[in-house]
Design a protein around this ligand. Sequence first.
Ligand code: GLU
Length: 489
Amino acid sequence: MEMKTVRVRFAPSPTGSPHIGNIRTALFTWLFARRHGGVFILRIEDTDRARYVEGSVQEIMLSLRWLGLDWDEGPIFQSERLPLYRQVAEQLVQSGHAYRCYCTPERLEELRRQQEAAKQPTGYDRRCRYLSEQERAELEASGTPCVIRFAMPLEGTTVFQDAIRGELTFENALLDDFVMLKSDGFPTYHLASVTDDHTMSITHVIRGEEWISSTPRHVQMYRALGWELPVFAHLPMILGTDRKKLSKRHGSVQFVEYIQQGYLPEAMFNFLALLGWSADEDRDLYTREELVERFDLSGVLDHPAIFDGQKLLWMNGVYIRQKSIEELTQLCLPHLQEAGLLPSKPSAEQVEYAQRVIALEQERIKLLSEVVPLTEYFFRDTLDYDEKGVRKWFTQPYAPQMLEMLTVRYSRLEPFDLPNIEASTRAVAEELGVTAAQVIHPTRVAVSGRTVGPGLFEMIEVLGRERVLIRLRAAQHMVHRTQQAAATE
Ligand code: GLU
């Protein structure tokens, strides 16, 4: 049997910022194309002018590029192919599989109201399907606007094979005569999608589960046109950990927000690939190449996928730890700049300092944007002191003397490096007759304002002598004020 080249498409509608589920569909489709040496096409389904949102095409393309989902053809815009759809609709009218419907919006509205009042299923009553030749000619002559509807078979079933769910059967009697071409000449999704999938020689239609109810309509159109059916594969929906439909409540649903928050493309790629697909192995971490090697529709789940934001965060941390410190620094710089901690054009020295700071936190950062709260005290001239830390440690009777001693020792250290910092700090504790912890804790508050952070000696080394001495001096004033206030209470 001759193997056809796999040709697949990602066909988003530019109706807003892409949703996490849209991008998951893109990723699965891309993986399938790459796995089979096929062609991945980007098709923009922009025929619904009322729902068009400016800027969404850009956001879609940005998201795909960011993840490294390169397309081989496109973007193809459906709005530029209107004559093609009209021609297919006319062809179906000619062959008796479609008809012109002249019903006014008012009539359809009235019909729906009556159906609802009578508790009947709503839908078009097919009045225009049965117009006589003469009635049709009169309506045409009067120039009444019309749409083109598909004439669904009235009985029987539509059966198709879904690559993920197996055989699916739909009762034709429950499917209405849907509109294919609107009165303004624009096609509906059904007409444009089927026409394009056929003319672009799409072999596998991979899309979200929410489109499953459209597929029997599409199958009927393929049959009426005498076109060969593609393979259909409907991807499972995505639920939150509470098994409810993924929504704002579960965190961001818009893909670009993940980019902004500082997720890495590698982590997002890995995470999304497991959102409804599994290689049946006991592992979570895969490189792109490993996923391309393994991905297939047989591994796609036929039950909903659960979006676990904690797992994504964990995975992001794993990929952050795998980065070289130079690379991680480059990734963190925009976040530091945006927070005003670094200028827009930092000097080589500033970047070097940032790199040493980030190295102290590489193990802890799970999200690039976290670099700001985790490290801001390295960059600011004035500190926000942790209140509890001040109350506990700056009130110690030995605190003023300790700060004085540290100031003297640190200013003489040569070189100002980790072993010397550690030794002189421990010596101060010994001379004061207190434990090392009793010096380390207040010193941490003095130089960072905080009670937690990276190892104190490493932190002091990175801050550098000058900053540390300024901070010790500020802390001396603070200790003085705190102790005075306590004394007058
Ligand atoms: N335009 C549809 C969407 O936004 C495409 C559905 C399909 O892939 O057929 O998801």
